[in-house]
Structure formats: structure tokens, C-alpha cells
Design a protein. Structure first.
Length: 181
């Protein structure tokens, strides 16, 4: 049985929801799973696999994601690893793969960590749950990108079958190089 650590950086909670679903699926596959916010991350020594999920806010991943990776890079490299990004851009079929998603490409350009698995998931659009400023910014972005702009819109773009499939991939991955201890 592998020990899997799932860490998340979220703004409105969708990334956490995705991680919770992944944790259940990975546990069903036989792994021991620990799930927690990135800000509460434990030492990595006792884990075989590390999954990091991060949402997009105002076009960027939280800077804490990059700081965490820089501070733990050698241990992350020694573990089987996975990273996923959650954004409203990933709602579009032309931008819902790691190769076509601009935020994943930005992540890969900035991060020295190269996990074995990468994925992107559509987020959750809930105008009523945003601050007035965020609501206006997101409505403007949606108007530009031909998305929903009705202020009462609440739609979840997360493909849960894709989440389950990614979780099963995480459950079966193993680090090919020797562990650093």
C-alpha cells in the first residue's frame, strides 16, 4: 500500500472538492491518503506519492504553489508526483488538456518540478458566491470568451469522470528512480 499526499490551493473551494473526490477514489484503489491545504503541508518524507492541485485566480496560480515547489523540490523529484490545475478556461474543449491549457503551460514554464502526471479540470462558476469586484471581473472575462454572463449563473464545469480517471492513474503510478531517504 502506497502513502499518497494530496495538497490543494483553492480560492472558492472547487479544487478542494476535486481533491476530496480523488482521495476517495485513490483510497478505493488501496492507497493510504492524506488530504490537506497546501498551507498545512506536512513533511514529505513519509509519503510515496504527492498530488498537488491548484486553482487559477485572476489568471495565475497562487504564488504559494511555486514557493512550496521550490522549497521541496528535491523531495518532490524523489516521489511519484502529479499536478492538476482548475480553471474556467478548461471548460472549453480546445483548452482542457495539459498540452492546450495556457495555465498549465504557464505552470510548466515557471516550475522546475516535472511530475509524472498532469491534468486540467474545469472549475465552478457561481457569480453569487463572488465578491462584487470578482463578479464584475469574471463576467467581463466570460463576455470576452463567450461564456455565461447572467449574474445568477451557477454551473459546474468539472468533468467528474475525468477526475476519477486521473485519480486511478495516480493510484497506479510509481516512481521509477530510487527513493531519496
Amino acid at each position: 500500500m502506497s502513502k499518497t499526499l494530496i495538497l490543494f490551493s483553492t480560492v472558492h473551494g472547487q479544487t478542494r472538492k476535486i481533491c476530496e473526490r480523488m482521495a476517495k477514489e485513490i483510497q478505493r484503489q488501496g492507497d493510504d491518503v492524506t488530504l490537506m491545504p497546501l498551507t498545512d503541508a506536512p513533511p514529505l518524507d513519509e509519503y510515496d506519492k504527492v498530488v498537488l492541485g491548484a486553482s487559477i485566480r485572476h489568471g495565475k496560480h497562487n504564488s504559494a504553489v511555486y514557493s512550496y515547489i521550490e522549497q521541496n523540490l528535491e523531495l518532490l523529484k524523489a516521489k511519484a508526483g502529479a499536478f492538476f490545475s482548475v480553471s474556467l478556461v478548461a471548460r472549453k474543449s480546445a483548452k482542457n488538456t495539459p498540452a492546450t491549457n495556457p495555465y498549465m503551460q504557464d505552470f510548466l514554464g515557471k516550475s522546475p518540478w516535472r511530475p509524472e502526471l498532469l491534468q486540467v479540470f474545469g472549475g465552478n462558476l457561481d457569480y453569487r458566491g463572488y465578491s462584487a469586484m470578482d463578479r464584475h471581473i469574471i463576467r467581463f472575462i466570460m463576455w470576452i470568451t463567450k461564456g455565461p454572463t447572467d449574474p445568477n449563473t451557477k454551473v459546474e464545469y468539472t468533468d467528474w469522470h475525468k477526475v476519477d480517471s486521473f485519480a486511478r492513474e495516480v493510484a497506479t503510478m510509481e516512481k521509477l528512480c530510487p527513493k531519496a531517504h
